[in-house]
Ligand binder design. Structure first.
Ligand SMILES: Cc1cc2nc3c(=O)[nH]c(=O)nc-3n(C[C@H](O)[C@H](O)[C@H](O)COP(=O)(O)OP(=O)(O)OC[C@H]3O[C@@H](n4cnc5c(N)ncnc54)[C@H](O)[C@@H]3O)c2cc1C
Length: 398
């Protein structure tokens, strides 16, 4: 029988990050179980944006610390590649009626340490002359933002964890978490039973299924999302990254001559094991139209490849982190709502600290606890962008 001090379910960027961080804290008898291969889930489909604009201090802190203390110093701290392309710059375009919340969010981000400031339409045009700014009044700009390679990030974290003694079992599916007398004792897997006093469930959109077998409610709804990549015409050069909630889209440069774009509401109740890997024709048309509206010279762009993937969406759009109440030794790290790649290094560090010491230093994990919805305490950002009916806007954002 496989025995471990900590068993991790899921070999995405989050499972890999916490496994690495446990090993860094001298917990090296760790076994990671991945039913496919490293990065096979959302990690391998991710658009990889590494940007800072959030409306709550928790996610700003996690993304800033991941950038400053991890992505920027990847080779020295982890080794291997994370593929960071930084200082692309990102414009966070919001409708005029969100200006108060934008200003609040920018001030909160600056207090955390992020270089970001408000710009008007004229300044947007100076930052990126290729944009049509006729409908823009205000935006936030963050010069440091860019993107990285999620699969390389996960692989290098896992490789560094393995060098420190962590064992990886790929192609091994976890069928159940074993509990005796109110505490975790191990796992049932396709490779046999595993004995472990601590289990971390980091299997993203699959977490409700696994923990549901124990009667644990994990409020994650898997949503299908689409991404289009266009070849830019020769007249369009490299450009700034945008999250644009006037036109409801995000886009960034990809490779030398391409632009990657995501837009639209996701399709709810998706099956993470079975979904169409190609965007629809309607999506391609919508993506092309919106991109051309914001960057008119893209009218001559041609369609490249398209991707799709699954977001693990929670009711308040924030992750689920921490122990599972009532079952000693069981932890969850999931529900990243299509924005979890960039925070994985800091979250892994925080979860490893929580598992080994029972506390967290970077920030209080409790506002992100699994039971916050049942307890009537969803985490709403101080500066959340809401629709007229009070719903979170931009739930599709990366
Ligand atoms: C289209 C798209 C674009 C995105 N863009 C961005 C972005 O620009 N920036 C950003 O920060 N985030 C982005 N995200 C979100 C980000 O990719 C995810 O939040 C992050 O990758 C989640 O990592 P994870 O390790 O939690 O989950 P996953 O990568 O999904 O890993 C979970 C793993 O668990 C395995 N697994 C499941 N069940 C079992 C089981 N029973 N036994 C064993 N293994 C199991 C799966 O095979 C999978 O590999 C995007 C996501 C998508 C889909």
């Amino acid at each position: 029988m496989i025995t471990a001090d900590v068993a991790v379910v899921g070999g995405g960027v989050h499972g890999a990050s916490t496994a690495f961080n446990l090993a860094e804290r001298s917990v090296t008898n760790v076994a990671v179980f991945e039913k496919s291969f490293i990065g096979a889930g959302a990690t391998g489909k991710s658009s990889g944006l590494v940007r800072f604009h959030y409306t709550n201090v928790q996610e700003v802190t996690l993304t800033w610390v991941s950038y400053r203390d991890w992505f920027l110093v990847w080779k020295e701290r982890v080794g291997g590649e994370c593929g960071l392309v930084d200082h692309v710059g990102m414009l966070r375009i919001v409708p005029e009626h969100h200006v108060t919340n934008l200003r609040g969010a920018l001030a909160m981000m600056r207090a955390v340490g992020v270089d970001t400031y408000e710009v008007d339409a004229q300044q947007v045009r100076e930052i990126e002359p290729q944009l049509d700014v006729s409908d823009i009044t205000v935006a936030g700009f963050e010069p440091q933002s860019g993107y990285a390679d999620p699969s390389s990030t996960a692989v290098s974290l896992m490789e560094a964890a393995r060098q420190r003694g962590v064992r990886l079992f790929q192609g091994v599916e976890v069928h159940g978490v074993k509990v005796e007398g109110g505490r975790v004792v191990g796992l049932e897997t396709s490779a046999g039973d595993v004995s472990a006093p601590v289990v971390l469930v980091a299997n993203n959109a699959w977490a409700p299924r696994l923990l549901g077998k124990l009667g644990v409610d994990v409020p994650i709804s898997p949503e299908w999302h689409q991404v289009a990549v266009f070849y830019r015409p020769p007249s369009v050069g490299r450009h700034v990254m945008c999250i644009d909630s006037i036109l409801d889209m995000y886009f960034r440069i990809e490779g030398q001559n391409m632009t990657l774009l995501g837009t639209g509401e996701g399709k709810p109740h998706a099956d993470p094991d079975s979904y169409d890997s190609r965007p629809t024709m309607e999506f391609w048309a919508e993506a092309a139209e919106k991109l051309t509206q914001r960057m008119p010279a893209m009218a001559d762009a041609s369609a490249g490849r398209g991707m799709t993937g699954i977001y693990d969406v929670t009711p308040d759009g924030k992750p689920l982190l921490g122990p599972v109440p009532g079952i000693d030794g069981l932890y969850v790290q999931a529900g990243f709502c299509g924005t979890g790649f960039k925070i994985a290094p800091a979250v892994g560090d925080m979860m490893a600290e929580l598992i080994t010491t029972g506390k967290t230093t970077l920030l209080d994990w409790r506002p992100l606890r699994l039971t916050r919805f049942a307890e009537g305490e969803p985490l709403m950002g101080e500066f959340e962008y809401l629709t007229e009916t009070g719903k979170r806007k931009d739930a599709w954002l990366m």
